[in-house]
Design a protein around this ligand. Sequence first.
Ligand SMILES: *Cc1c(COP(=O)(O)O)cnc(C)c1O
Length: 376
Amino acid sequence: MGKKRIYLSSPHMSEEGYEKHYIKEAFDTNWIAPLGENVDAFEKELVAKINKEPDEPLYAAALSSGTAAIHLALKAVGVGEGDIVLCQDLTFSATVNPVIYQNATPVFIDSDHATWNMDPALLRKALGKYKDRVKAVMVVHLYGIAADMDPIIKLCQAYNVPLIEDAAESLGTTYKGRHTGTFGQYGIYSFNGNKIITTSGGGILVARDKEKISKARFWATQSRDAARHYEHSELGFNYRMSNVLAGIGRGQLKVLEERIQKKRYIYKYYKRELENLEGLSMMPMPSFQESNCWLSCITLKGKVRPIDIIVALEKENIESRPLWKPMHQQPFFEKYDFIGEGISKILFETGLCLPSDTKMTDEELDKVIAVIKGLF
Ligand SMILES: *Cc1c(COP(=O)(O)O)cnc(C)c1O
């Protein structure tokens, strides 16, 4: 047997067994599928956690993945062939793939140093360049760091373009006191296995527009018209979350606050121990936001390179990985326009995600730190 592996971010079910309770309920009532009480309750309980604006109700549709949620957000906005979607360049491909599903064209916007997310000045430039062809803006809150929303929202309003927030990694992060994912016309979260809470696989779409959320639920269940037989006047998808998985989600929501506290603890631990190493910087923590610290990331500009740390950690059976490779550098996406000066490229070349698993002990954090310090 080798050493126990330390993960980047792995599923962490509640010690109390909340998830099992809700799954058992689904079994006992035979509501395994489709839908059922857990799905409805999960949607309501998630909204109650993130919507702190009592006068502005928020609605949610629980889906099979965060990617499905992005797809339905684009569809709800009406993105189609010939349209341009201005997308954050530094992200996971799941942000952008649905733009292609809708036969639209992505244009990639570089990050700024202060947030690692979409640079508002470059968004302005892109909106000026593509004007009426822009059908949506897609911003991401990478690694749980909030993008600078005020200038981005202002620009979207000025150009009358809907804003979609990919908050897959930032559930629980607030920007000026308000939850990321609740600013745009649409927000999405992911419950994939490595996210801050998980349903094994799953996602959710949120919006203030109640009818659009009803419509998303309709599309997600094969667009069945109200008829005794199977009648379809629109294209449908099989994108709904199952009642069993929604039960896991309900249990996980009960420990979200705890998970966030632990992720923040891990970030502060690394910061305290690593920040003074030559050429090493922690990821930015802009003061206008409070991050969920989903992954603790660093950049390096001295002699030690990210790959040196990845290899050294791997020898100890510890997982780490580079930052996301920018979309404009991906073979599949490189033919699309890129607005920027190469910040995302530099981040990719110099950055690294450290193990940020909420089950990590102080001893395990110390071990990671010792391996890294050993290279300096
Ligand atoms: C995980 C992730 C997604 C996709 O979510 P899935 O639930 O895996 O489909 C989208 N965007 C970002 C930035 C992500 O990290």
